[in-house]
Design a protein around this ligand. Structure first.
Ligand code: DC
Length: 224
């Protein structure tokens, strides 16, 4: 039987990963965070100080893979688990920049399609419904206002030392949105057949339930 593929795209900070994790746990699907792949490429290029013109050939040696340990995604560079090193603001900006490079997108395309072909997945990213899984069973475009996304990130970070200001976070989000939406290759945009879900006024539980409702309606099932 064909595996079920659910694509969730949207801008940075819309809550895609938290919400997709909740939904996939309830449905028993594998959650695939494709942003982690782009972040890992950015880490690899930064650590090895690779110039833009050498990126395509350097990718041949990158060896990026996803592994699922107790159903939880970890991302590896060769045999090194880098999952905890790719969440810094520097890597966020670097990933947004390097993800615009066609050779990088081409390199990660097959990895993403293979996981989706072999598993029931909820896959989140920027171009999953438009490019990676154009035939996904369900497509959702998850968004929230830039101010609300900055607000959420600020709350998350404000406990930690050296937290950026709300304004810095907002500026960063606006800059990343612009970069992700205006690149030539696979820009962030809503697929024609995607359902738009705006979570500006929804909490996590309400957002997860809204997604489950959309999935049930599309698949005609009774998943909670
Ligand atoms: O979702 P994230 O913030 O972890 O993603 C990091 C960067 O990777 C983001 O700026 C855009 C890029 N990305 C992409 O271009 N395509 C994807 N499918 C996922 C992420």
């Amino acid at each position: 039987m064909k595996n079920i593929n659910i694509a969730i795209d949207g801008p940075a900070g819309a809550g895609k990963s938290t919400i997709a994790k909740m939904v996939s746990a309830r449905l028993g699907y594998i959650y695939v965070d494709t942003g982690a792949l782009y972040r890992t490429i950015a880490l690899y290029l930064t650590e090895n100080d690779i110039a833009d013109e050498d990126i395509e050939s350097a990718l041949e040696n990158a060896d990026v893979s996803l592994r699922f340990i107790d159903g939880v995604q970890r991302v590896f560079l060769r045999d090194r688990d880098v999952s905890d090193f790719i969440r810094t603001p520097e890597i966020s900006m670097a990933a947004s920049r390097t993800s615009a490079i066609p050779a990088v997108r081409k390199y990660l395309f097959g990895t993403q399609q293979k996981i989706a072909a072999e598993n029931n997945v909820i896959m989140d990213g920027r171009d999953i419904g438009t490019v990676v899984l154009p035939n996904a069973d369900v497509k959702i475009f998850l968004t929230a206002s830039a101010e609300e996304r900055a607000n959420r990130r600020y709350k998350e970070l404000s406990e930690k030392p050296g937290c950026p200001t709300y304004q810095e976070i907002l500026d960063d989000i606006i800059r990343r949105d612009y970069q992700d939406m205006h690149r030539e290759t696979a820009p962030l945009k809503q697929a024609e057949d995607a359902v738009l879900l705006d979570t500006t006024t929804l909490d996590l539980e309400q957002s997860a339930q809204a997604i489950i409702d959309i999935i049930n309606e599309k698949l005609g099932g009774g998943n909670e």
